[in-house]
Write a protein that binds this ligand. Structure first.
Ligand code: NAP
Length: 271
């Protein structure tokens, strides 16, 4: 890909796939900075449609750590913001390794995990496999699965459970005995979630601890109806500078003088 960024610009690689990544790209596009910041937004390409974004878009993996190192060098990237999803288990480690290797500043933009309240009936588990096992232990009969269309396999063997599988794009539920698909993209409302839970007689929700507001209403709906939630904990994250809001990420990008200060920051600046 040609590198047509003006020589005096600063080049930022934004690892995307989240609402926060889109918001950060938009915020940087409307932020005046001298020299200008040229943002390359990178998607893995998991969904068939790429949401329109501010910035230059690239799609597809880099080819592991070595591929990312080559990309950072070829494109003269000055800094990286990793705004991948809390459940992206590999890319954050690749970003950390590549940024250490190329002495490129790295920030992770990671939304906070959800907090359990006293009114919640949550069971935290470490994996989707353990979530499926937990459903057996609990004796769940009508389950809302919101864990993502590509991660349904651990649940297919539960042939005495009626699943409602909610996802943005059609999932493959051919291995399930009882599964009804609901194709919907958040954000939802507490009221619409209560309606769905009642209509489908849901006794248990399975969700990953994605955090954020886009899909939180199901948790409030479950709270109000006294429904159990099996919640899958996040995978490990590399020990890199991390912030939790888009505003903090904008500030991090702007606080670096020209060129970006080099050296991967290993401290947590989320306060
Ligand atoms: P992952 O396990 O951390 O990454 C797997 C591989 O996908 C990486 O090694 C990399 O390939 C490529 N990749 C991931 N994010 C990329 C990006 N932003 N740009 C270019 N390549 C990327 O990630 P995942 O769980 O498969 O998620 C893939 C994407 O979907 C991420 O961008 C994530 O933000 C988004 N997403 C994930 C979830 C989830 O629950 N996992 C939910 C919503 C959105 P190479 O090694 O070839 O570079």
């Amino acid at each position: 890909m040609p590198n047509d960024a003006p020589a005096a610009s600063r080049r930022l690689l934004l690892l995307a796939g989240t609402t926060e990544a889109r918001q950060l790209a938009e915020a940087l596009a409307t932020t005046r900075s001298s020299p200008p910041i040229v943002v390359t937004v990178s998607f893995a390409g998991r969904t068939s449609k790429t949401t329109p974004m501010a910035g230059e878009i690239r799609v597809g993996g880099f080819g592991g750590i070595d591929g990312l190192i080559a990309f950072l060098r070829e494109r003269h990237i000055d800094a990286v913001v990793d705004a991948t999803h809390p459940f992206a288990a590999i890319m954050p480690f690749h970003a950390a390794a590549a940024c250490i290797s190329t002495n490129t500043p790295l920030l992770r933009l990671l939304r906070p995990a959800w907090d359990m309240t006293q009114r919640d009936r949550w069971v935290r588990v470490a994996s989707l496999q353990l979530a499926a096992r937990e459903l057996r232990t609990l004796g769940s009969k009508h389950v809302l699965l919101t864990s993502g269309r590509q991660e349904l396999a651990p649940f297919a063997a539960l042939d005495d459970v009626e699943f409602t599988v909610r996802s943005i794009e059609p999932p493959d539920v051919s291995g399930f005995t009882h599964a009804e698909v609901v194709l919907e993209r958040g954000p939802f409302t507490v009221e619409s979630e209560i309606t769905l839970l009642r209509q489908r007689s849901i006794d248990t929700i399975v969700t990953k601890d994605s955090g954020g507001s886009a899909t939180i209403d199901k948790l409030e709906a479950a709270r109000r109806l006294g429904i159990r939630v099996v919640i899958v904990d996040r995978p490990p994250s590399p020990d890199v500078a991390t912030v939790s809001t888009v505003d903090e990420a904008v500030a991090w990008v702007l606080e670096h003088e020209t060129p970006f200060e080099h050296g991967v920051a290993m401290r947590d600046i989320s306060g």
